[in-house]
Design a protein around this ligand. Structure first.
Ligand SMILES: C[S@@+](CC[C@H](N)C(=O)[O-])C[C@H]1O[C@@H](n2cnc3c(N)ncnc32)[C@H](O)[C@@H]1O
Length: 423
């Protein structure tokens, strides 16, 4: 490819990054929402646009701090977002001449931004010489108040500050092996974490050795712990409720359990089916509302309920900006209804693992405490897990936070509780 074609692709990726960032900041869209502009790009440019928009969301407060002294009045949001993206590129070591020139071109060509090309040029030229050096010393961006307030109340300010540092750092690439985790770690050049997750700094998943043969799937080390706590035995009948895209289904099936995977979204189940096909593992797949699924007699049920997903901000920096917490009350009610329904499907003596990728106790510890009030004959179980210190366990279950294992790359925030029905 010629240099000129390369430059055009880079420009298209920047334009798409601007559209993504403006979708999140102005319309509450998520980076994973369908985007026709992104679909028109080659895969590597799509990845570049998503990476850039993600970096700008992580570092938005820092970019604003660098920009503030150079802006006498607030420019339109699309221009501000272009400046933020350029700032982040400069701060992360992008060559000043190319970055400034490209962003001026993007702003000049935009219908709503064209009149601000001069301003963009002037501001970026002032910022370029200092951005990279000043960036690391700028304060760690804070979560927005709708989320920060309940988290400070639950975990205290120092813990929330540590979580915010983890959000800024982003997430490594975690893999779960279908078979021998140590062999997978060696094959892909990753680190084996206690418990069996293989961790890589980053990389293109589909290019890793063993991908086509289904030797592994992508799954954060925290998410992998729910199935480890459920500890499926070969031949057991296990129901995976809210199963798509299927990381936990694959773990249960790999352990030899007879798995039924239920999810409301047929589209997301398509990814689960593809994962089963790639790994050669088997499960029955049912597209249905979990609350309407009425087959009883399960040895064990894993309920990975829909939640605020606030434990995944390292990988989804758009979430705190695009959302405002308005949906959480409804999710909490749904989670409680799903726990009661799952308990009604479990055979006597069976176990229910309830988990959410949320940092909010109302979607975790409180759900288990309230389930125990509604069903006093249940008991909470604890599992001995390699790599899990005693103090991550609370009365209701295992609490995982993004600031845990910080030196090794962190983990998603999760709550996992295990309830045993009387025999
Ligand atoms: C946290 S995700 C599940 C992740 C999955 N367990 C995994 O390990 O890959 C929550 C899932 O709940 C599903 N869901 C939401 N409401 C549901 C309902 N009423 N019944 C069944 N599934 C539902 C969503 O489609 C989504 O796939």
């Amino acid at each position: 490819m010629t240099d000129r074609a390369d430059a055009q692709d880079a420009l298209a990726a920047r334009r798409a990054a601007l559209s993504l960032l403006t979708g999140v900041t102005a319309e509450g869209r998520l980076l994973s929402d369908p985007s026709p502009m992104l679909d028109r790009l080659a895969p590597e440019d799509r990845a570049r646009a998503q990476r850039l928009a993600g970096a700008a969301l992580r570092g938005m407060a820092r970019a604003d701090a660098l920009l503030a002294p150079h802006l006498r009045k607030a420019p339109p949001l699309a221009v501000r977002n272009a400046l933020r993206l350029a700032c982040v590129e400069l701060a992360l070591g992008g060559a000043a001449h190319g970055v400034v020139g490209s962003w001026v071109e993007v702003v000049k060509a935009g219908k709503r931004t064209g009149a601000h090309a001069g301003l963009t040029n002037a501001v970026l030229r002032k910022i370029a010489p200092e951005a990279e050096a000043r960036w690391p010393a700028l304060p760690v961006p804070k979560l927005p108040p709708w989320l920060r307030r309940p988290l400070v109340e639950a975990w205290g300010r120092p813990a929330v500050e540590a979580m915010e540092a983890a959000h800024l750092a982003g997430a490594p690439l975690d893999l779960t092996a279908r078979g021998d985790a140590a062999a997978l770690a060696q094959a892909v050049g990753g680190t084996l974490l206690p418990g069996g997750t293989v961790r890589l700094e980053a990389g293109q998943v589909t290019a890793l050795p063993g991908y086509e043969e289904g030797a592994f799937w992508v799954q954060d080390t925290a998410a992998a712990m729910a199935a480890r706590i459920l500890a499926p035995q070969a031949g057991e009948a296990v129901l995976d409720l809210c199963a798509a895209p299927g990381g936990k289904t694959l773990q249960l099936a790999a352990a030899g359990a007879r798995v039924t995977a239920v999810d409301l979204s047929d589209q997301r189940l398509g990814r689960l089916r593809a994962n089963l096909a790639r790994t050669g593992l088997e499960a029955e797949v049912v597209a249905q509302d979990a609350l309407a699924f009425d087959r009883t007699g399960w040895d064990a049920i894993l309920l990975d309920a829909p939640c605020s997903a606030t434990g995944t901000i390292r990988r989804h920096p758009d979430l705190p900006v695009a959302r405002d917490g308005a949906e959480i009350g409804g999710l909490i009610d749904l989670q409680a209804a799903m726990i009661d329904h799952a308990l009604s499907l479990l055979k006597p003596g069976g176990r229910l693992v309830f988990c959410t990728c949320s940092l909010i106790p109302d979607e975790g510890e409180v759900q288990i405490a309230e389930a125990l009030e509604r069903h006093p004959d249940l008991s909470v179980e604890r599992a001995a897990l390699e790599g899990v210190p005693e103090d991550w366990w609370g009365e209701e279950g295992l609490r995982l936070r993004p600031d845990y294992l910080a030196e090794a790359g962190g983990m998603d925030g999760f709550f996992i509780g295990c309830l045993r029905k009387p025999g």
